[in-house]
Design a protein around this ligand. Structure first.
Ligand SMILES: [Fe+2]
Length: 439
């Protein structure tokens, strides 16, 4: 009980800190933008004019700050999913306004600095190149303003694309893994992994997710594994989705596990019974959607007399994420199976309890979402997620054990994906020396 209270306090502390950071960021961005506009109008900048000098500059951050305070108070006591959807659109509006504003001010000021430094190297002590006749004449302020607008439009357009298209721009990733101990009957077996649906965030976008189901079925997978976070918090989020995910087809089975969001831990409940009822509803929803949920338990798949073990643990994460997972209990019935697949939502579990300590050949995880933001070009992969999770996306190998981290099919918080598309993972298993290669 004490641990739960401590976790709640840590969560609350983080939320309040994030809010204070966001409020300060908004006020500073607006303050510096206001001063910049005063300068552009050749008015004397005065810090005392802000925030009382301008209705607009005063009201926009104030409205956002008041709304964020309202949601800071109501989200922990919300009794249904609607409030999360409202919050995600509030956050999106905020980011669409404030990120470009920040880039405009930063771009303007930094370019001004660079121009000033360059000017020191010209004989006249001036920045000549823009006004020496070789280039079209442009005032310094206009030039700087255009640089600012250019720099501000890049994140604005990226984020807008991430909201309009990126969040449903499904990307299929292929990997082939070979294992010497894979039973012959499973040579060539195809597993599709999906993760982190967060149905409440999808807000009844059934047709978009039907497109994902069609992509998955077109791969003709033998097995489908869903690695947790079916919802954001509430059982009600699952209603209506059986008509979409019920269409998934896999002859060797569709297996699933719970993620940290599936326990209702991010909301207040009037009683323990209410919380348990919610969890039961979510567990039943996995079954209604056609998944065989593995709550610290295992299942054996048989083909031509060969056997293949699938083990699923409940969520196991480093605090403040919950540790309901019990790997020992989950795998007790399949200890000596020739090949073992483990489903565990949080990739941190791999280093903590799995790799080098067990004989699981492959673990599938999700949870990171790749922070729904990143940059990928050929072999260059970057996302802020890499500073939070040691294993944050794709394939990892230690000795002869593998971990695959899927970036999720849904989204949370911000209804957008920028440079980090929703992922469908296709893994082909083959018999041979331990190796991996793109398919
Ligand atoms: Fe998630």
């Amino acid at each position: 009980m004490e641990i739960v209270v401590l976790d709640e306090m840590l969560d609350m502390k983080f939320t309040v800190e994030a809010f204070i950071g966001l409020a300060l960021f908004s006020l500073l961005v607006d303050y510096f933008l206001y001063r910049l506009i005063q300068e552009q109008r050749d008015e004397t900048p005065s810090p005392f004019t802000f925030p009382f000098g301008s209705f607009w500059f005063c009201s926009i951050p104030s409205i956002f700050i008041v709304l964020f305070v309202v949601y800071l108070v109501i989200i922990p006591v919300a009794t249904g999913p609607a409030v999360y959807v409202q919050f995600q659109w509030l956050l999106t509006s905020y980011l669409l306004i404030y990120i470009p504003k920040f880039f405009y001010v930063a771009g303007y000021r930094l370019t001004h600095r660079v121009v000033k430094v360059k000017a020191k190297f010209t004989p006249e002590g001036k920045f000549k190149t823009m006004n020496d006749g070789r280039y079209p004449k442009i005032t310094r302020k206009k030039f700087l303003s255009q640089v600012g607008i250019m720099l501000a439009s890049a994140p604005f357009v990226s984020l807008l694309f991430g909201v309009m298209k990126g969040r449903f721009n499904f990307s299929t990733k292929y990997t082939k893994l070979t294992f010497p101990n894979l039973p012959d009957a499973f040579d060539g077996m195809k597993i599709v992994q999906i993760s982190d649906l967060h149905l409440g965030s999808l807000n009844s976008n059934y047709s978009e997710m039907e497109a994902a189901v069609e992509i998955i079925n077109a791969e003709n997978p033998d097995m489908i594994c869903f690695t947790g976070d079916l919802v954001n918090n509430f059982y009600e989020e699952t209603l209506g989705w059986e008509k979409v995910f019920g269409k998934l087809k896999a002859p060797m089975g569709k297996y699933s596990i719970l993620g940290n969001h599936d326990y209702g831990d991010y909301s207040h409940w009037d009683s323990e019974d209410d919380k348990k009822e919610n969890l039961q509803g979510i567990t039943d929803a996995h079954k209604r959607l056609g998944f065989h949920i593995l709550n610290n338990e295992s299942s054996i798949v048989e083909r031509n007399g060969d056997q293949f073990a699938v083990v699923g643990v409940e969520n196991w994460g480093h605090p403040p994420f919950p540790q309901y997972g019990d790997l020992e209990k989950a795998g007790i019935d399949v200890q000596n199976m020739p090949f073992k697949l483990l489903l565990s939502h949080d990739p941190d579990h791999w280093d903590a309890e799995v790799v080098g300590k067990t004989n699981y050949d492959l673990m599938l995880a999700g949870h990171t979402h790749g922070m729904q933001f990143g940059i990928e070009y050929k072999n260059f992969h970057w996302s802020p997620a890499k500073y939070k999770f040691k294993q944050w996306s794709g394939l990892y190998k230690k000795e002869n054990q593998f971990l695959y981290v899927n970036r999720g099919l849904g989204f949370l918080g911000m209804p957008a994906r920028v440079g980090m598309p929703p992922e469908i993972t296709v893994i082909e298993l083959a018999k041979g020396l331990v190796s991996n290669e793109p398919m």
